[in-house]
Design a protein around this ligand. Structure first.
Ligand code: SF4
Length: 347
């Protein structure tokens, strides 16, 4: 693609994987540098079909979808932004897929626009927080020479991300209010007069929880069944770390800590009627967290745990039936004091 100096440079960001965690940081950064940011559209069947055709078979479903989002941007932008993200904490890692994806895409699809792939891995010696700022400063030079503009862009981007985190993660007081049905944190549940309102915690990766196509619109489905939900993304970090400290071993996958800590917290606190855990087929970190969660749940089965495994073959009808049956079971279990064991379904 020929870059025209008369117009703003266009940066494409795929609406997939870490976009759902860091979009505010990335978008603010590039916009402050005067770039036009183009986000790929919401996942559709067309995006999925392209993705499944192109991506390596052994990739997890979420990574495959990334390919479809990249293709949706390919001819519309000057640059693609695909950071190589190792982890945001010294001791813990993200997923190896996040590190290799940019290189894999570049080698598999040769006519892609230039890929901006800054590397950050807090676990590596040179990847300190200062190092991150230096990398961002250097990256900004592609768009603006002026160092003050670049410093301001970095500062505003981190502020935007801080705000995002603050609006996403609730504090313990708010959690208590939700548990006591004093506040609704997500969509208002639709229930009939005689129907008992249920509370369910929905647990999974941000790119599954927040992508209606990936999760087959599970959130609106639950809303329609009169279920008040909270998600693992919203749970106070302190509570998650408290649960993680109870394990005899350390979980090194940062995002799985959020998932597992949430499940363990609600099994212990018993402040929800049920837990739904969304897993991705062939995801290594999920298979570890899924197994530990199932064992915890079996040890104390008072709060039923439903684990649903998603991939490109997952059908909406199968999922709907599972959810309906689970919700129905929960309503009966409250009335009849029945105890259910963990169910795992590949739908
Ligand atoms: S954590 Fe799992 S679902 Fe996410 S990219 Fe890695 S393998 Fe895929």
């Amino acid at each position: 693609m020929i870059k025209n100096p008369e117009r703003k440079l266009r940066v494409g960001i795929p609406r997939a994987l870490l976009y759902y965690k860091f979009s505010d940081l990335w978008i603010t950064f590039f916009e402050q540098l005067g770039a036009e940011v183009i986000i790929s559209p919401e996942t559709t069947k067309k995006i999925k079909d392209v993705a499944v055709r192109l991506a390596p078979d052994e990739d997890c479903y979420s990574t495959k979808l990334y390919f479809g989002h990249v293709m949706a941007l390919k001819d519309k932008v000057d640059y693609l932004f695909i950071p190589r993200f190792g982890g945001r904490k010294k001791k813990y890692v993200g997923c190896p897929k996040f590190i290799g994806l940019a290189e894999v895409l570049r080698s598999m699809i040769p006519d892609l626009p230039e890929i901006l792939m800054p590397h950050y891995n807090r676990g590596m010696d040179k990847h300190t927080r200062i190092g991150l700022l230096v990398r961002a400063f250097r990256l900004g030079k592609i768009f603006r020479n002026n160092p003050f503009v670049r410093i301001r862009a970095i500062s505003k981007a981190f502020k935007a991300q801080k705000l995002h985190n603050k609006s996403m993660i609730i504090d313990e007081k708010t959690l208590q209010k939700w548990e006591n049905s004093e506040v609704i944190l997500n969509d208002f549940p639709i229930y009939t007069e005689n129907e008992r309102q249920l509370k369910i915690v929905l647990v999974g990766h941000s790119y599954v929880l927040n992508d209606p196509f990936s999760s087959l619109s599970i959130r609106s489905l639950l809303q329609g069944y009169g279920v008040d939900i909270i998600t693992s993304e919203q749970i106070p970090r302190k509570l998650i770390e408290k649960q993680m400290a109870k394990l005899e071993y350390d979980i090194y996958f940062d995002f799985e800590r959020e998932i597992l800590g949430t499940i363990m917290h609600f099994i212990e606190s018993k402040t929800v009627d049920g837990i739904i855990h969304l897993l991705i087929f062939s995801c290594g970190p999920d298979s570890i967290a899924g197994e530990i969660a199932a064992r915890y749940s079996k040890r104390d089965p008072t709060i039923p745990l439903l684990q649903l495994v998603f991939d490109e073959l997952t059908g909406e009808a199968g999922m709907r039936t599972r959810i309906e049956a689970f919700v129905d079971m929960l309503r009966r279990s409250i009335d009849e004091q029945v105890i259910f064991l963990t169910t795992q379904a590949h739908i």
